[in-house]
Write a protein that binds this ligand. Structure first.
Ligand SMILES: [Zn+2]
Ligand SMILES: [Zn+2]
Length: 187
Protein backbone atom coordinates (compact mmCIF):
# COMPACT_ATOMS: atom_id res chain seq x y z
CA UNK A 1 0.00 0.00 0.00
CA UNK A 2 1.46 3.36 -0.92
CA UNK A 3 2.28 5.61 1.99
CA UNK A 4 0.36 8.81 2.33
CA UNK A 5 2.53 11.58 0.97
CA UNK A 6 0.03 14.31 1.59
CA UNK A 7 1.31 16.99 3.92
CA UNK A 8 -0.15 17.36 7.37
CA UNK A 9 2.42 19.92 8.41
CA UNK A 10 1.79 23.61 8.58
CA UNK A 11 4.38 25.34 6.36
CA UNK A 12 4.08 28.47 8.53
CA UNK A 13 5.02 26.55 11.66
CA UNK A 14 8.42 27.83 12.89
CA UNK A 15 10.26 24.50 12.73
CA UNK A 16 8.80 23.26 9.46
CA UNK A 17 11.17 23.62 6.52
CA UNK A 18 9.89 23.93 2.99
CA UNK A 19 12.12 22.19 0.44
CA UNK A 20 10.31 23.35 -2.70
CA UNK A 21 13.21 25.65 -3.52
CA UNK A 22 15.66 22.77 -3.31
CA UNK A 23 16.18 20.99 -6.66
CA UNK A 24 15.65 17.22 -6.38
CA UNK A 25 19.10 16.65 -7.79
CA UNK A 26 21.78 15.06 -5.59
CA UNK A 27 24.31 17.69 -4.61
CA UNK A 28 21.92 20.64 -4.82
CA UNK A 29 22.02 22.80 -1.75
CA UNK A 30 20.13 25.57 -0.02
CA UNK A 31 20.86 27.32 3.23
CA UNK A 32 18.40 28.31 5.89
CA UNK A 33 19.48 31.20 8.09
CA UNK A 34 16.59 32.53 10.08
CA UNK A 35 15.28 33.26 13.53
CA UNK A 36 12.12 31.47 14.64
CA UNK A 37 10.08 31.31 17.83
CA UNK A 38 10.59 28.41 20.22
CA UNK A 39 7.73 25.93 20.65
CA UNK A 40 6.42 25.15 24.13
CA UNK A 41 8.03 22.55 26.43
CA UNK A 42 11.40 22.58 24.72
CA UNK A 43 13.90 21.28 27.26
CA UNK A 44 13.99 19.60 30.64
CA UNK A 45 12.19 20.14 33.91
CA UNK A 46 14.80 22.37 35.58
CA UNK A 47 16.20 24.06 32.51
CA UNK A 48 14.79 24.73 29.09
CA UNK A 49 14.00 27.14 26.29
CA UNK A 50 11.31 29.70 27.12
CA UNK A 51 8.34 29.42 24.79
CA UNK A 52 8.50 32.06 22.09
CA UNK A 53 12.22 32.73 22.60
CA UNK A 54 14.34 33.29 19.50
CA UNK A 55 15.95 30.21 17.99
CA UNK A 56 18.57 30.94 15.39
CA UNK A 57 18.64 28.35 12.63
CA UNK A 58 21.81 28.09 10.62
CA UNK A 59 21.19 25.07 8.43
CA UNK A 60 22.14 23.48 5.17
CA UNK A 61 19.63 21.51 3.16
CA UNK A 62 21.29 19.14 0.77
CA UNK A 63 19.68 16.94 -1.85
CA UNK A 64 20.89 13.36 -1.66
CA UNK A 65 19.57 10.47 -3.71
CA UNK A 66 17.34 9.20 -0.91
CA UNK A 67 16.04 12.47 0.39
CA UNK A 68 17.19 15.68 2.04
CA UNK A 69 20.05 15.91 4.47
CA UNK A 70 19.68 18.71 7.00
CA UNK A 71 22.78 19.74 8.90
CA UNK A 72 23.92 22.76 10.84
CA UNK A 73 23.31 24.43 14.16
CA UNK A 74 20.50 25.88 16.18
CA UNK A 75 21.34 28.55 18.73
CA UNK A 76 18.90 28.42 21.64
CA UNK A 77 18.56 30.59 24.75
CA UNK A 78 17.94 28.61 27.94
CA UNK A 79 16.66 29.60 31.35
CA UNK A 80 16.39 27.58 34.49
CA UNK A 81 17.21 27.39 38.15
CA UNK A 82 20.46 26.45 39.85
CA UNK A 83 19.99 23.14 41.64
CA UNK A 84 22.19 24.30 44.56
CA UNK A 85 21.36 27.96 45.22
CA UNK A 86 18.02 28.19 43.37
CA UNK A 87 19.06 31.39 41.64
CA UNK A 88 17.91 31.83 38.04
CA UNK A 89 20.20 30.66 35.25
CA UNK A 90 20.20 32.33 31.88
CA UNK A 91 22.44 30.95 29.18
CA UNK A 92 22.46 29.86 25.58
CA UNK A 93 23.53 26.66 23.89
CA UNK A 94 24.32 25.78 20.31
CA UNK A 95 23.10 22.37 19.25
CA UNK A 96 24.16 20.42 16.19
CA UNK A 97 21.64 18.95 13.82
CA UNK A 98 22.36 16.27 11.28
CA UNK A 99 19.36 14.40 10.04
CA UNK A 100 18.31 12.65 6.86
CA UNK A 101 14.73 13.07 5.74
CA UNK A 102 13.85 10.37 3.26
CA UNK A 103 11.61 10.82 0.23
CA UNK A 104 8.49 8.75 0.33
CA UNK A 105 8.98 5.53 -1.66
CA UNK A 106 12.78 5.88 -1.67
CA UNK A 107 14.81 2.79 -0.75
CA UNK A 108 15.63 4.33 2.61
CA UNK A 109 11.95 4.94 3.21
CA UNK A 110 11.07 1.35 2.28
CA UNK A 111 13.84 -0.32 4.25
CA UNK A 112 13.82 1.58 7.54
CA UNK A 113 11.43 1.37 10.44
CA UNK A 114 8.81 4.00 10.96
CA UNK A 115 10.62 5.92 13.73
CA UNK A 116 14.24 5.44 12.77
CA UNK A 117 14.55 8.36 10.40
CA UNK A 118 12.69 11.46 9.45
CA UNK A 119 10.59 11.61 6.32
CA UNK A 120 9.59 14.35 4.00
CA UNK A 121 5.89 15.06 4.07
CA UNK A 122 5.28 16.34 0.60
CA UNK A 123 7.85 19.11 0.30
CA UNK A 124 7.92 19.75 4.01
CA UNK A 125 10.29 18.68 6.77
CA UNK A 126 9.30 18.69 10.41
CA UNK A 127 12.48 19.72 12.16
CA UNK A 128 10.93 19.92 15.62
CA UNK A 129 11.65 16.33 16.79
CA UNK A 130 15.32 16.65 15.79
CA UNK A 131 15.64 20.03 17.54
CA UNK A 132 13.97 18.64 20.66
CA UNK A 133 16.30 15.64 20.79
CA UNK A 134 19.38 17.79 20.27
CA UNK A 135 18.38 20.36 22.90
CA UNK A 136 17.54 17.72 25.52
CA UNK A 137 20.88 15.99 24.92
CA UNK A 138 22.74 19.26 25.36
CA UNK A 139 21.10 20.37 28.60
CA UNK A 140 22.35 19.29 32.04
CA UNK A 141 19.93 17.21 34.14
CA UNK A 142 21.25 18.97 37.25
CA UNK A 143 21.85 22.56 36.18
CA UNK A 144 24.08 24.80 38.31
CA UNK A 145 24.72 28.52 37.98
CA UNK A 146 28.44 27.80 38.01
CA UNK A 147 30.50 24.68 38.62
CA UNK A 148 31.68 25.75 42.09
CA UNK A 149 28.41 27.21 43.32
CA UNK A 150 28.47 26.66 47.10
CA UNK A 151 24.68 26.60 47.34
CA UNK A 152 22.69 27.43 50.45
CA UNK A 153 23.51 27.19 54.16
CA UNK A 154 21.79 24.00 55.31
CA UNK A 155 20.91 25.67 58.64
CA UNK A 156 19.38 28.99 57.67
CA UNK A 157 18.94 28.68 53.89
CA UNK A 158 21.03 31.80 53.24
CA UNK A 159 23.06 32.16 50.06
CA UNK A 160 26.59 31.09 50.99
CA UNK A 161 27.89 33.43 48.28
CA UNK A 162 26.43 36.41 50.15
CA UNK A 163 27.41 35.26 53.64
CA UNK A 164 30.81 35.81 55.28
CA UNK A 165 33.28 32.96 54.84
CA UNK A 166 33.12 32.11 58.57
CA UNK A 167 29.32 31.93 58.56
CA UNK A 168 28.19 29.22 60.95
CA UNK A 169 25.57 28.47 63.56
CA UNK A 170 26.15 27.63 67.22
CA UNK A 171 25.62 23.93 67.47
CA UNK A 172 25.46 21.93 70.64
CA UNK A 173 27.14 18.59 70.12
CA UNK A 174 24.56 15.96 71.06
CA UNK A 175 27.17 14.11 73.16
CA UNK A 176 27.80 17.18 75.34
CA UNK A 177 24.08 17.72 75.64
CA UNK A 178 23.68 14.19 77.02
CA UNK A 179 26.58 14.73 79.43
CA UNK A 180 25.22 17.92 80.88
CA UNK A 181 21.95 16.12 81.36
CA UNK A 182 23.76 13.41 83.41
CA UNK A 183 25.50 16.05 85.53
CA UNK A 184 22.20 17.63 86.33
CA UNK A 185 20.78 14.29 87.44
CA UNK A 186 23.81 13.68 89.67
CA UNK A 187 23.05 16.76 91.77
ZN1 LIG B 1 24.04 28.31 42.17
ZN1 LIG C 1 23.31 29.78 57.98
Amino acid sequence: MPKNTQSFLDPRSPLVLDTRELPRRPGAMRTVDRVVKAPSDLGLELIGVPEGADLRLDLRLESVSEGVLVSGTVDVPVTGECGRCLRPISDSVVVNIQELYAYAHSTTDETTDEDEIGRLQGDLIDLEPAVRDAVVLELPTNPVCRADCPGLCPECGGLLDDLPADHHHEQVDPRWAALSQLNNEGD
